[in-house]
Write a protein that binds this ligand. Structure first.
Ligand code: GTP
Length: 597
């Protein structure tokens, strides 16, 4: 155990985590040149395209130092706020962390929030100033920032470049010398922390764990504390570039486990693995059942595809335990599913996977957060509202609560004014203003989560000219003055377009929604009124004027192939449209409320 080092990498998106991880693997000969790919740790296609490590993984390296052989377990952490719970579990499995800071960008919000998580778990922090090869690198100033933040010495900071490989040897040495060896008792009852799991269609769910005490032996019975289910450890091993089966994984080490589990939701990240024959009573701290933050309806474009969508959702959930869904029906869209996601990125990923892996064409409705509603009749009984159309009748409502978050934004002092106005517009209240350096400031706000879901990232980027980073943590539910705004198209309410809005903004947003829908819904043979309403009161109205001519009329008698092309084009355009009553509504219309500005 004294020669094991478990560490993770904390970095803001694009500060070079994956590139540096690849260098560590190369330097320790964990991968050969032939095996080398551009970004080795990002193995999913989608991840590669987005450049975001969606699922955390782990890899083991061997490193000889001072005539001893060391085992270094690198536990990868996802880089997006949607997956922050997984980050916290990966951190809990380590004793040290590389804090990577881009020498041109300096410290960003995500660096800080993950650093706090690491400090909470008493991790040894090794600061790495990365990308020093860049002409725009500013090592002196960024070093000042790091020293200010960590209270470390300038000598503690390792200068490195994932691009040229400079400093990689120093990083490996520091991991051996500065990160403490794991503690734990091999002879105590088994306790292992699940920090990740990956679905494999042939072998079932692969569970990644860190043994805290005891050992996991191949063939033994094991139990998951949270689900109380028992399994057999069909295979255990360490994670090299490929999995390497072993007879046992002992306290302090990291490994994988295969039990033949076929459903991702049976393996809960953060759960403790124990030995049912010699059970440890203690569960490892910090287990949480992850709750979805954002909800939206997913409907097949073609109603006949409902059964196919159902089976696709089932398959998706097998390998994505954080996806939840239940059947729902919409007066406008028919049968579909109400789905819960960890955040907007997760929603996009699911939508994309449905289309790519299952060849489904779906309509996603306006996303919303979940609300707590209380009626006058039973003011203490909480009604969970995951769909605006489930909100009880306004006249019977006692109060509605919505989820709030603590938002942390780091920006240049030049943009404080602009960032503040944006946050105030988004119903934020400033709680702290902290100068990290004379030019860089951290602003903290309490804000409703729903305001973040709606176009916040894009707006923040615009108002700060790209010089702002953002992270958040949930604060719980707080009462708000919320009303449901319904949309009627051609006098028919389209429930899938309903949204819960703050009463003060409802008129303005209702009006904007009507304007936007007028732009997005194609003109048809008749006038189409679009209205926004609160209860029975119409608050806004727009009209889509009727088409004057048949689009193909001008082709009659003309070139037939041109006409066919035009029809073909129309058909394609139709793919993502949904017939509601006698009006066709395109997918963009459902997402329109997200981007009203
Ligand atoms: P996420 O996975 O999105 O969190 O990003 P990451 O932090 O893993 O960053 P990644 O390694 O993908 O690097 C981001 C970009 O910076 C890529 O275009 C890299 O080629 C580039 N990059 C990484 N390290 C260096 C470096 O040391 N020097 C220079 N010049 N560029 C680098």
């Amino acid at each position: 155990m004294k020669n094991i080092r478990n560490f993770c990498i904390i970095a803001h998106i694009d500060h070079g985590k994956s590139t540096l991880a690849d260098r560590l693997l190369e330097f320790t000969h964990t991968i050969t040149d032939r095996e080398k790919q551009d970004q080795l740790l990002d193995s999913m296609d989608l991840e590669r395209e987005r450049g975001i490590t969606i699922k955390s993984h782990a890899i083991q390296m061997e490193y000889p130092f001072n005539n001893e052989n060391y085992i270094l377990n690198l536990i990868d952490t996802p880089g997006h706020v949607d997956f922050s719970y997984e980050v916290s579990r990966s951190i809990a499995a380590c004793e040290g962390a590389l804090l990577i800071v881009d020498a041109a960008q300096s410290i960003q919000a995500q660096t800080i929030s993950n650093l706090y998580l690491a400090l909470e778990h008493d991790l040894e922090i090794i600061p790495v100033l990365n990308k020093i090869d860049l002409p725009s690198a500013n090592p002196e100033e960024v070093s000042d920032d790091i020293v200010n933040l960590l209270g470390c010495d300038y000598d503690d900071i390792i200068h490195a470049s994932g691009k040229t490989g400079f400093g990689v040897d120093k990083i490996l040495e520091a991991i051996v010398q500065r990160v403490p060896a794991p503690k734990g008792d091999v002879n105590a009852p088994l306790q292992a922390l699940i920090f990740d799991s990956v679905y494999n269609s042939y072998r079932g769910v692969e569970t990644y764990f860190r043994v805290i005490n005891g050992e996991i032996k191949k063939g033994q019975a094991i139990q998951f504390m949270a689900t109380k289910k028992q399994y057999f450890a069909e295979e255990v091993g360490t994670l090299k570039l490929k999995q390497k089966p072993k007879d046992s994984i002992k306290a302090g080490d990291v490994g994988y486990l295969i039990t033949g589990i076929k459903t991702a939701s049976e393996v809960k990240v953060g759960d403790t693995i124990i030995d049912p024959k010699n059970p440890s009573e203690e569960r490892i701290e910090g287990f949480e059942d992850v709750k979805p933050m954002v909800f939206a309806g997913i409907y097949p474009v073609d109603t006949e595809d409902y059964e196919e969508l159902r089976s696709s959702m089932e398959k998706l959930q097998l390998n994505d335990a954080s996806l939840v869904y239940s059947p729902e029906s919409s007066a406008a869209l028919g049968f579909g599913f109400r789905c819960g996601f960890l955040g907007m990125l997760h929603l996009e990923i699911i939508q994309e996977r449905l289309e790519r892996e299952f060849d489904m064409t779906v309509i996603t409705t306006v996303p919303n957060v979940s609300y707590h509603a209380y009626t006058n009749k039973e003011p203490d009984k909480m009604i969970l509202v995951n769909n605006p159309s489930d909100l009880p009748d306004p006249s019977s409502l006692n109060r509605v609560e919505e989820p709030f978050i603590k938002a942390s934004i780091i920006t240049k002092s030049d943009f404080i004014g602009a960032v503040m106005s944006l946050c105030i517009e988004k119903r934020g209240e400033i709680t702290n203003q902290n100068y990290l350096t004379p030019e860089r400031v951290e602003l903290t706000f309490d804000m409703p989560l729903s305001e973040i879901v709606f176009d916040f990232y894009d707006r923040l980027k615009t108002v700060s000219k790209g010089y702002a980073s953002f992270d958040y943590h949930p604060l719980g539910f707080r009462a708000s003055k919320l009303v449901r705004v319904d949309v009627l198209i051609n006098s028919q309410p389209v429930d899938a377009l309903s949204a819960l809005l703050h009463a003060d903004n409802a008129y303005y947003i209702g009006k904007k929604m009507c304007e936007k829908l007028r732009e997005l819904i194609p003109r048809q043979q008749f006038d189409i009124p679009i209205q926004a309403a609160i209860g029975s009161k119409i608050i806004s109205r727009e009209t889509i004027k009727a088409l004057r001519k048949d689009v193909t009329a001008k082709c009659y008698g003309g070139d037939i192939s041109r006409k066919r092309k035009l029809l073909e084009k129309q058909k394609k355009g139709k793919k993502r449209m949904r017939q509601v009553g006698n009006v066709e509504i395109p997918q963009q219309a459902f997402m329109a409320v997200l981007k009203l500005n």
